[in-house]
Design a protein around this ligand. Structure first.
Ligand code: SAM
Length: 289
């Protein structure tokens, strides 16, 4: 399944790109945004970073204007230095690729029965969702599911995970969904959002240290941007937005950046209709002073 990029025209418009510019795509994936930028401008250079080695190997685009790097955006400063690449624009499109849910086989989706893993980079990361679910204490699980998933039934879910894993380790996503099913009330199972969504989100964010990485990545990006250069960040979750908001507010207060849009840019109705994933997307845009 090809990942459908969101807010493509808006990214190009708000990054205010011009011929001759250098752009960093900090979350390259299948290159949806990168390809659109390459198509729009003949004279442009893109440095694309993707952390997932398997996704990176599958990347189909070959274009001399695109440098592809298999690394984490946390290392943005080093990458920029190594490639002497001073960016006019930087894009972060956070979260997962559709490929992760549909094809990776790493247990990102509660709709599939796969081994609990959830690592973006299995070559480097040592702790998987399986380790967290089976080794953390009840209190650690409650705290994690509550703070990173904002799950109101975190206490019950944590208690039941610990009870059930005493008999047999929880290995598959289906087993975890069944534990969550036993831990939440019936009304919670009949809402638009699936009852396992928040617990799965919490585990993924924790396994991949996502909030810490976003903070490090955004801080590095602001530092390496050229003066008047712009940064766009597309986020799908409140917690990601919260991290960005804190950083941008502080940088604004210190006279380092200014906001290009108040609040966030959201996808049009047409885009939301044609791509359900776009419904929760919000894009923040800032400019370096
Ligand atoms: C929503 S997708 C990006 C989609 C892309 N913009 C497109 O339209 O094709 C997010 C990507 O970021 C990658 N990613 C997650 N954490 C990362 C990190 N720390 N550094 C670099 N890439 C990361 C994921 O593997 C995933 O492929």
């Amino acid at each position: 399944m090809v990942h459908k990029p969101v807010l493509v025209n808006e990214v190009i418009e708000y990054l205010s790109l011009e011929p001759g510019n250098k752009v960093i795509d900090a979350t390259l994936d299948g290159g949806g945004h990168a390809l659109a930028i390459l198509e729009k401008f003949k004279d442009i250079k893109i440095l694309g970073i993707e952390w997932d080695p398997e996704l990176f190997k599958n990347l189909k685009i070959t274009d001399s204007r695109l440098i592809k790097i298999n690394d984490s955006y946390v290392n943005l400063k080093k990458v920029v230095k190594d490639y002497k690449f001073e960016p006019d624009g930087i894009l972060f499109d956070l979260g997962l690729s559709s490929w992760h849910y549909e094809e990776s086989g790493r247990g990102f989706s509660f709709k599939k029965n796969e081994t609990l893993d959830m690592r973006f980079n299995q070559e480097i990361q040592t702790e998987s969702a399986l380790d967290i679910v089976n080794k953390s204490s009840e209190e650690e699980l409650r705290e994690l599911i509550s703070s990173l998933g904002e799950e109101q039934f975190a206490g019950n879910i944590a208690k039941n995970i610990v009870r059930i894993r005493r008999e047999k380790p929880i290995v598959m996503t289906g087993e975890l969904v069944s534990v969550i099913n036993q831990s939440v009330p019936d009304w919670y199972k009949h809402r638009k959002i699936h009852f396992a969504t928040k617990t799965f989100q919490a585990l993924r964010v924790s396994v991949n240290d996502e909030l810490v990485n976003i903070r490090k990545g955004l801080m590095a990006a602001i530092e390496v941007l050229k003066p008047k250069g712009r940064l766009a960040m597309i986020a799908f979750q409140g917690l990601e937005n919260k991290v960005a908001k804190e950083i941008f507010r502080e940088k604004k207060k210190n006279g380092v950046i200014e906001f290009v849009v108040k609040g966030a840019v959201k996808p049009s109705w047409e885009e939301q209709k044609s791509n359900p994933r776009a419904r929760s997307a919000k894009m923040k845009v800032i400019q370096k002073i």
